[in-house]
Design a protein around this ligand. Structure first.
Ligand code: ACO
Ligand code: ZN
Length: 440
């Protein structure tokens, strides 16, 4: 996967020659002919426009993006502009080549109406999507607490998709950052009319107005997440928050995190989870950088449910730190672990990078043969993840009914270089922690 968040360039912006700028015939007759043609074409264009406007939801069309190039989009929703006429709409579009976090409201003049394709039958499409869901995904959606439903049927699923298709909150203020959101998050109905929310960076309570937040900050006595500080190294701290003991905090964190997580469901039942909050500390307090959640008991040996680095802190190595931390906890528990699926595009990139670096570092240093089981025991990485990582790097061969790791030092070096930076290190000597089952 190449660059995320920055779509590759597309060559389709000028695929639509404008008749007005077409080469002009020098002869008078010729000029007249092309002028008539132009009039005719603009007539046709006007008629076509009036027949297709306002665009229907489901329409596929090319749209000018912030890179000034045209990209294919699907219209997800439309709304009237405040002062516009009957045909003046804005459109919420999904760039079909890119992740949903780039979905946005666009103006009509960003759309190339000559590229409009036939309207897609939404119902048919939604059915196909719902059929593609695995049982696990259905279970997860069920857990988003459509209460009273054992399993989501196609209609409820459509309703869920319908409900989450347009981003509700556009920006949040958190600490010293104003952050653009990526996805829909199911805030309580009284927040439906807010485009921006103000979060207390310590207790994560959220408010509709800045003055409310200011008032709250004068009263709020937290200067760090609730719970126990289980790691401190330099200015970095990790807090463990028990969802049962700090229910409101856990729920607020889920609302916040969902703004940046597409396929993860929100657990109101935060009792079942522990939250590990990574903070950067200074004399004003401990400021949340990111977090991961972990089920207190996981039958599937998940050691991490959701992971997030807040956008202002991304690409600085915190994600790999959080991943490494989750495996350090697994080591202390004497278990192997794996992240809950599905992984997002960025989640997969981060995990692949982490697994590659950890495994190849060991292979480089290790003399003699080593098995996947031994690698798993040393790293707490589940054997399946080791196998798929080494297979994707073509370091595994299947000989005489066995997987054999082939570790040519030059090949290892090449892969290590490609795996990017190592991220911030976890200093295990600074981790003071007892696994949940032993916490009494
Ligand atoms: N473009 C390309 N590569 C990227 C990008 C990006 N925007 N972001 C991360 N990566 C890749 C890179 O390989 C990067 O390593 P590098 O910087 O050395 O090249 C690696 O992922 C991890 O980089 P970090 O700086 O350690 O990670 P970061 O702090 O940015 O956090 C995370 C990664 C947590 C996935 C973050 O992108 C995030 O919060 N995304 C939104 C939420 C999300 O998708 N979470 C995962 C869901 S899956 C799950 O929860 C089980
Ligand atoms: Zn507060």
């Amino acid at each position: 996967m190449g660059s995320i968040g920055t779509p590759p360039s597309a060559e389709n912006g000028s695929a639509n020659p404008n008749p007005a700028t077409a080469a002009c015939d020098q002869s008078i007759d010729g000029y007249r002919a092309s002028s008539n043609e132009r009039a005719l074409e603009s007539d046709v264009s006007k008629k076509r426009k009036s027949s297709i406007l306002p665009l229907e939801v489901g329409t596929r069309v090319m749209c000018r993006w912030r890179d000034s190039k045209y990209h294919p989009v699907k219209v997800i929703e439309r709304r009237r502009t405040h002062c516009g006429g009957p045909n003046d709409y804005e459109y919420y579009v999904h760039y079909t080549e890119f992740n949903r976090r780039l979905d946005e409201w666009v103006k009509l003049d960003q759309l190339d109406l000559d590229s409009v394709e036939a309207v897609v039958d939404e119902k048919v499409e939604d059915k196909v999507t719902s059929l593609k869901m695995t049982r696990h995904q259905k279970r997860k959606i069920d857990e988003t607490h459509v209460e009273g439903h054992e399993e989501l049927d196609a209609a409820s699923l459509r309703e869920h998709e319908e409900f989450t298709k347009v981003k509700n909150i556009a920006t949040i203020e958190l600490g010293r950052y104003e952050i653009e959101t990526w996805y829909f998050s199911p805030f309580p109905p009284e927040y439906n009319d807010s485009l921006k929310l103000y979060f207390c960076e310590f207790c994560l309570n959220f408010m509709k107005r800045k003055e409310q937040l200011q008032r709250h900050m004068r009263k709020c006595d937290l200067k760090h997440p609730p719970g126990d500080e289980i790691y401190r190294s330099g200015t970095l701290s990790m807090f463990e928050v028990d969802g049962k003991k700090n229910k409101v905090y856990g729920q607020n964190l889920c609302y916040l995190a969902k703004l940046f997580l597409d396929h993860k469901t929100l657990y109101y039942d935060v009792d079942l989870f522990l939250f590990y909050i990574l903070c950067e500390c200074d004399d004003r307090g401990c400021h949340m950088v990111g977090y991961f959640s972990k089920e207190k008991h996981s039958e599937e040996s998940y050691n991490l449910a959701c992971i997030l680095t807040l956008p202002p802190y991304q690409r600085k190595g915190y994600g790999k730190f959080l991943i490494a931390f989750s495996y350090e906890l697994s080591k202390k528990e004497g278990k192997v672990g794996t992240p809950e699926r599905p992984l997002s595009d960025l989640g997969l990139l981060s995990y692949r990078g982490y697994w590659t670096r950890v495994l190849l570092d060991i292979l480089k240093k290790h003399k003699g043969n080593i098995s996947i089981k031994e690698l798993s025991d040393m790293t707490a990485i589940k054997a399946d993840d080791i196998l798929t990582t080494l297979q994707s790097l073509e370091l595994i061969q299947y000989r005489k009914g066995q997987h054999v790791i082939c570790a040519d030092p030059k090949v290892l070096d090449r892969h290590l270089k490609a795996a990017g930076r190592g991220g911030l290190d976890v200093d295990v000597s600074k981790l003071i922690w007892t696994p949940y089952k032993d916490q009494g």
